[in-house]
Write a protein that binds this ligand. Structure first.
Ligand SMILES: [Mg+2]
Length: 213
């Protein structure tokens, strides 16, 4: 049974990119969508409403574009070292994302993550409809995922670590035993237990000692 659980945000945390912005580039509306993303991550907009608005801008985009976006997305430096390290110390690790399973799943598989939850893009007739399938992974859904996975793994909530960069990570960071702001927005840095400002996820390993013991 894992002794601790690490839950990572995806966009701008596990990944260097905001996947919605790569998708929007494909749809020719990258700049508009990036501006909305920046405001949502700073906590100025309701996440779910802003995500619906951004996904609506993708309506009509061929589903094939997802292949190009998968090829463009970059995993953050130190990610595989962190994940191997967590497993080596007897921990479990998951990713929860306001982004999309369609892009995140192959990355989660390749990195050997134990848990992965994200939104799904609705597709009809091989184009994106501009809708999200099912309920949106927003700030409270991220906190719910952390609580659910800790129960599933048999890890006490005090032995959980949440790592994120945006305002939609604040709820899961509030319920976790330890919260880490990773190259984060000011509102997140101000709230987290620890702030890491270098974009190298392996630096998290140094903080795991006390929980792994
Ligand atoms: Mg993020």
């Amino acid at each position: 049974m894992p002794r601790f659980l690490v839950v990572l945000d995806a966009d701008s945390t596990l990944l260097d990119d905001e996947v919605i912005e790569l998708l929007a580039d494909e749809a020719g509306c990258g700049r508009e969508v990036a501006a909305i993303t920046a405001r949502a991550m700073a906590g100025e907009l309701d996440f779910a409403a802003s995500l619906r608005e951004r996904v609506r801008a993708l309506a009509g985009l061929p589903a094939q574009s997802l292949t190009r976006v998968r090829a463009r997305v970059r995993v953050t430096a130190g990610a595989s070292e962190l994940i191997r390290g967590v497993h080596g110390l007897g921990g479990a690790v998951g990713v929860v994302s306001g982004g999309f399973h369609e892009v995140l799943d192959p990355i989660a598989d390749a990195l050997d993550l134990d848990y992965c939850r994200a939104n799904r893009l609705a597709v009809a007739g091989s184009v994106l409809t501009g809708q999200v399938d099912g309920s949106i992974v927003d700030a409270s859904a991220k906190a719910d995922a952390l609580i659910e996975w800790s129960a599933d793994a048999g890890v006490p909530i005090g032995q959980t670590i949440a790592i994120g960069d945006g305002a939609n990570d604040l709820r899961m960071m509030a319920v976790a035993g330890l919260s880490i702001a990773f190259d984060a927005k000011p509102v997140v840095r101000a709230t987290a237990d620890v702030s890491l400002n270098e974009r190298d996820l392996s630096t998290v390993l140094a903080l795991l000692g006390t929980l792994a013991r």
